[in-house]
Design a binder for this molecule. Sequence first.
Ligand code: FAD
Length: 480
Amino acid sequence: MNADVLVVGAGPAGSVAALVLARAGARVVLADRSSFPRDKSCGDLVGPRGLQTLREVGLPEPAGLQLGDMVIVGPTGRRVRLPCFTGRTYPGRAVAVARTQLDATLRQAALDAGAEPLTGRAEAALRGDDGRIAGFCCGGVEVRAGVVIGADGATSTVAAAAGLVDASRVLWAFALRSYAEQRRPVELPYIVWWEPEPGRILPGYGWVFPAGEGRVNVGLGVGTLADRRRGAEAARRLDGFVARLHALGLLDGPRTTSGGERRRAPLGGWLKLGIVGTVPARDNVLLAGDAAGLVNPLQGEGIAQALASGKAAAEAVLAAPGCPAPRYIADLGRRYGRYQAMAAPAHRAMMERPRRAAAVTRLLTLPGVGQAVAGGWSLLWNDLVEGAPTGPARAVAGSASWLGQRAARRSETYLWISRLFAPSEGRAESEAEAGEGTEAGQGARAESEAAAGEGTEAGQAARAESEAVAGASARAESTP
Ligand SMILES: Cc1cc2nc3c(=O)[nH]c(=O)nc-3n(C[C@H](O)[C@H](O)[C@H](O)COP(=O)(O)OP(=O)(O)OC[C@H]3O[C@@H](n4cnc5c(N)ncnc54)[C@H](O)[C@@H]3O)c2cc1C
């Protein structure tokens, strides 16, 4: 089978990439290992920038629950309401929509535009005479293409095959979500910082998001830095977290995440945060969405970046089909370079210094403090400063961002991201670190291949933990 572009993965990133390419007349194969509709572990919130990208590519806003302000709950139970602003370039709302629905709709839009579907897991890379990737064998079907877009999620097989990941630098997180019935409606999304034992904050956060029809989406995620074995803590702690939510008065339904007639077992998944460790493109291979590690390291959002990077990857291919990588990297640098160079080191610093992280969460939720900075916090945390309306909130966010950049400037993570988005000499260094010849690159490939095949140790541990905690039907999507 031949195509101009093979897109691996039909999540938000891959479907939008395929849509934009197919509309422009390119021959596109859109391959996914799953049959659609398929579930995806997620909080199900599409943020303002995600809605904006959907508008830009001419797709309707997903039908779902419209949400605005968000509430942060500190370890002591104190609450701060973060306001949602209408920006100059994005709407003042998010939409809660089940991923079964969102992803199937996006994929169908790509197919309606002319992309050709293929159900099959991309396994072995096909190589040309020059050694470059020339396609993939997907579920036994050989697909040859001039360009390959890897939109195959956090444990991307394409990224690994192209040697684009330096596993020792990646910031991983593992999160699980479950749905719960609720008697009293939950009106706003809640993010909850939690100390499972006094003085020891969980290295991540949990959430309760309205899901419509008397249900909520409940989840818990932990950051693991490069050590994916630590991801199992999210599964081990989930029921304890649900108990905490009951104690806070946020949940009033069943007290465990297992059992219950209309409830689904928790589903876990990996998040690759802050781009560090992943070179998003080389030659004719581009990575989009989670495959490129674009998830916001401060709050875990990734759908908006998946949609925008899918669009950007397609536009780079259309503009320079023979050599799309430089244009694509430059585009990502403009969108995410500054933010990720501040947010990724901040995430790492919080993970490495849990006491300081605990102190920050307590400080931010102190009476008076949280309310004073809530507007700026909302903009900065959600990467909404650019395009925000002028005013005090934007000024606070701008100052905090500047301070964050200054504080991070000497960190390895900051330097790696800066080199990636610098003109070519800097990037060559980042690429060499993630390259095929390095041990790190090989390690990353082995890890992702394992994830695509039998499952990683961490994934297995997570699944085992999920099963132990939440019953035999708990699942982890990265260990199929
Ligand atoms: C628990 C949890 C909660 C989250 N909550 C939110 C939230 O509320 N809001 C938000 O914005 N983000 C959230 N995220 C992040 C968000 O889910 C991702 O950033 C987003 O799904 C990325 O989209 P994508 O298209 O890059 O990848 P995915 O949505 O992961 O899609 C990748 C696709 O590739 C396919 N695939 C994988 N490997 C192969 C292969 N080898 N061959 C063929 N196909 C393959 C998969 O089947 C899948 O369909 C959350 C993540 C988790 C884990």
